[in-house]
Ligand binder design. Structure first.
Ligand code: SAH
Length: 362
């Protein structure tokens, strides 16, 4: 595992990133404690210092890796799923193949190699990348050289005119969440304020409504995630097509603090280095799918990534790759296990699928 790059314990002086931290502290002194969602939004997207806006560290040399970096098989199978949806749609002459948060472009590049198996699909498909990060758009352009992708900043910018086939891996986990903590006197929103030493710290604030559960429980919710479910559902209902979202998260409502910061492949205190670490939270799949379903689309039950990839044939693909490259067979076996084993990514990661009415999903 790659080592941390000088990760310091939370609360150390940490001059790096002080600009965003100083601005957050000034904002809190002026306006009062901020929500976890406001903190995430600033840390990820602040134009001058946000993580994705300025220094997204995807890959072995950066801060975190994702399934497409574990193995090319992941993107290939997503591509096969997309091609199969296109066939089931009746091979329309024009379709939009959309990826949400394409990172460094690895997934789409692997997917486009695999879709050659469905003659006609590549010519029918316009590649649309929904991405807010300027540095990542550059990496996507390099990875997808020759594919003429088009970039949009939000799915609301996708116009009318042709079915959509939407892919997204580790996109929903970036959407800002809010948190509440159950205390003896009821639920209080967990906000970020300033402690006695002038440092960012979590504090309970305004009372909020919540179920009657034991003290200490943490409840998370995300209006952005719900809005994304509605928007994706409405888009698929309007244009036809389907969406496939893979992410880590829960398939049933649950309590717990899942806000996570990753820097140099190590977890750290989410308040330690604002703007310098990747910040994510477990995806509340039931909330996301309920919002999508309300728009009239079909939603499939949430499934484990391991089961989904197995059904798409990942074990056969791994065996085939191993035969073609015997010297790499052991490595391919390890990559396969990482993606599907229940104690690795196989069960923590879930798959959510949305389909236009009448379309039977692969
Ligand atoms: N899908 C890639 C990258 C995951 S990282 C992979 O699996 O490797 C999250 C991605 O979502 C990045 O590309 C990030 O810039 C993008 N992103 C985060 N929040 C976003 C938002 N609100 N709108 C559009 N893209 C966003």
């Amino acid at each position: 595992m790659p080592q941390a790059r000088g990760a310091r314990p939370s609360g150390s002086s940490g001059e790096e990133g002080s600009t965003l931290r100083d601005r957050l502290i000034a904002r809190i002194r002026r306006d009062g404690p901020i929500t976890v969602a406001q903190y995430m939004d600033a840390c990820l997207h602040d134009q001058e210092a946000g993580y994705y806006a300025t220094r997204p560290g995807l890959g072995a040399k950066g801060d975190f890796i994702t399934a497409p970096h574990v193995s090319q098989m992941f993107g290939e199978l997503m591509g096969l799923w997309a091609a199969e949806v296109w066939i089931r749609l009746g091979r329309p002459a024009r379709v939009r193949l959309v990826e949400l948060g394409p990172g460094d472009g690895t997934l789409m590049s692997d997917a486009l190699r695999a879709v050659r198996i469905a003659p006609g699909f590549r010519d029918a498909a316009e590649i649309v990348l929904v991405e807010t990060s300027a540095p990542l758009r550059k990496r996507q352009l390099a990875a997808l050289d020759g594919h003429a992708p088009r970039w949009l900043s939000a799915i609301g910018d996708i116009d009318a005119g042709a079915p959509v086939i939407i892919l997204g891996n580790e996109f929903l986990d970036c959407l800002p969440i809010r948190q509440a903590v159950r205390r003896a006197d009821g639920w209080r929103e967990r906000r970020i304020g300033i402690d006695g030493s002038g440092r960012l710290s979590f504090a309970a604030s305004q009372p909020v409504d919540g179920p009657d559960v034991p003290e200490g429980a943490v409840l998370e919710w995300s209006t952005e995630l719900v809005a994304m479910g509605s928007a994706l559902g409405a888009l698929v209902a309007r244009e036809g097509g389907a969406a496939l979202l893979v992410d880590y998260g829960r398939s049933k409502p649950a309590y717990g603090d899942t806000l996570q910061a990753l820097r140099g492949h190590h977890k750290e205190d989410p308040l330690a280095h604002p703007g310098l670490a990747d910040l994510t939270a477990h995806v509340d799949f039931p909330a996301f799918l309920t919002a999508a379903e309300a728009t009239g689309v079909q939603v499939s039950p949430v499934e484990f990534q391991g089961d989904f990839l197995r059904r798409l044939g990942i074990e056969e693909r791994a065996a085939g790759l191993g035969r073609a490259h015997p010297e790499q067979a052991e490595k391919i076996g390890r990559q396969l296990a990482r993606l599907i084993a229940p104690d690795q990514m196989g069960e923590l990661f879930k798959v959510a699928r949305i389909a236009a009415p009448g379309l039977e999903l692969p």
